[in-house]
Design a protein around this ligand. Structure first.
Ligand code: DQA
Length: 140
């Protein structure tokens, strides 16, 4: 099983960015923990702050991954292009958010990803990525 985690804008700052909302751990540290936990799963991780690069990566990942975990961050709420990319590829995408976007500002309630995602996990902190991986491994 090959799973690609894609993180969008500002998630490279995890660990120092708004720690009350997003915690104190960097994603690199958390990714090492995921690799240790899911040793039989081939995990890859990509982060970019540029919308088009995220779209390119979704197209590329469609060629040889079994599942994609996508936290499109702020682009979730704005990007028709990312939503279309998720719709256009065959590999299932699980949408993840660290925070509970529904308990925050109204503009964070809208997702262009969700209508075409396999599922959405939000509000459980970094654990959401772990749960998303499990959702692919436990598929029946
Ligand atoms: C986020 C929620 C988004 O609203 C925000 O723009 C982010 C992170 C989350 O993981 O909680 O950058 O996707």
């Amino acid at each position: 099983m090959k799973i690609m985690i894609i993180n969008g804008p500002n998630l490279n700052l995890l660990g120092t960015r708004e720690p009350d909302t997003y915690g104190n751990k960097s994603f690199d540290t958390y990714f090492s923990e995921l690799q240790f936990k899911f040793q039989k799963t081939e995990l890859s991780y990509y982060q970019n702050n540029v919308e088009g690069e995220l779209i390119n990566k979704l197209h590329e990942a469609d060629k040889d991954f079994d599942g994609i975990v996508l936290n499109a961050a702020a682009y979730t709420h704005t990007s028709v292009g990312l939503g279309d990319a998720v719709k256009g590829i065959k590999t299932p995408v699980v949408e993840v958010h660290i925070s509970n976007t529904h308990s925050r500002e109204e503009f964070r309630h809208k997702s262009y990803i969700a209508p075409n995602a396999k599922g959405v996990i939000l509000g459980f902190g970094l654990l959401g990525y772990d749960l998303a991986i499990q959702s692919f491994l436990n598929k029946k």
